[in-house]
Write a protein that binds this ligand. Structure first.
Ligand code: ATP
Ligand code: MG
Length: 142
């Protein structure tokens, strides 16, 4: 995997979207957007696992809300490949607040609120590599 890390990013279909039956539609948007799915699985994080994943936000006021939400139900975790994958996936997701997201983005279409905004995407190649390895073993990346 390491030789292609620059073309990989990490994504999550969050519990609001999975519970709302939007997984299939979002995967369709991923593939229509030119991404190759290299890893995909359904997980249900414990609170501790969500806290570990979002440790960078530990001091933020919304941290308890965020980690409680992310451990409230199943998520689909994704390893995605495309040239310039990190930026391309964030562009397809749209702004953090769905109300401010551009037309045609996943958060505009599927996000309900700032806290429950349907998807996650890594914000740098370095964090993409860390986040992929948080959820996927080498054998789970094809
Ligand atoms: P993500 O990391 O989920 O892809 P992001 O990079 O666009 O989203 P971050 O600043 O990293 O945004 O925030 C992480 C997540 O925390 C957001 O996706 C959102 O669900 C939640 N969040 C951010 N700001 C707030 C807030 N003010 N109130 C509640 N939840 C928030
Ligand atoms: Mg972020």
């Amino acid at each position: 995997m390491s030789e292609q890390t620059g073309n990989l990013t990490f994504g999550i279909i969050k519990p609001d979207a999975v519970c709302g039956g939007k997984t299939g539609a979002i995967i369709q948007r991923v593939t229509d957007g030119g991404f190759k799915v290299r890893g995909m699985k359904l997980i249900h994080m414990t609170l501790q696992e969500a806290e570990g994943f979002y440790a960078v936000h530990r001091e933020r006021p919304f941290f308890p809300e965020l980690t409680t939400f992310m451990s409230s139900g199943p998520c689909v975790v994704l390893t995605l490949e495309k040239d310039g994958a990190v930026k391309a996936w964030r562009d397809l997701m749209g702004a953090t607040d769905p109300a401010k997201a551009d037309e045609g983005t996943i958060r505009k279409e599927f996000g309900g609120s700032l806290g429950e905004n349907a998807v996650h995407g890594s914000d740098s190649e370095e964090n993409a590599a860390i986040e992929i390895s948080y959820f996927f073993s080498r054998l789970e990346i094809v």
